[in-house]
Design a protein. Structure first.
Length: 136
């Protein structure tokens, strides 16, 4: 069971998410969410989600939504243009240089990790140390 925000109609998974949405939006954007909270819950800034939710929920419309299983309550597959998803964007020289350096560093990191997996490092390094101990 979910709820629609009484201010903007955004659907939230449950009462805690609704309280977080209304309060966070009021803090970040002010405007209608802040005015609504000031009118309905004057001490909203001192409340946590558990004590704010019972004040907000009676003003919200219940929905039939099932809570999502995605972390943080939302999916991350937003409408990103396919050129950006595939890494084929036309970049400026500086951006392209940075990405190339990142690729090289990533490849080097994986190569070093493979060397470490083959037993080519000493015991102290493979245990997370730098080869020096407290006793030396």
């Amino acid at each position: 069971m979910g709820y629609e925000c009484p201010v903007c109609g955004v659907e939230e998974a449950d009462d805690e998410h609704l309280a977080n949405h209304v309060a966070f939006t009021a803090l970040v954007r002010g405007g209608d969410h802040e005015a609504w909270l000031d009118d309905h819950v004057p001490d909203w800034e001192e409340r946590d989600p558990d004590t704010l939710a019972p004040e907000v929920v009676p003003h919200a419309t219940e929905t039939e939504s099932e809570p999502t299983t995605e972390p943080h309550g939302h999916a991350h597959d937003h409408d990103v243009p396919s050129v950006e998803r595939t890494g084929q964007a036309d970049l400026s020289g500086a951006a392209d240089d940075v990405l190339e350096e990142a690729r090289e560093l990533t490849e080097a990191m994986y190569e070093n990790r493979q060397v470490g997996d083959s037993g080519d490092t000493d015991d102290a390094e493979s245990a997370g140390g730098r080869g020096d101990s407290e006793n030396e």
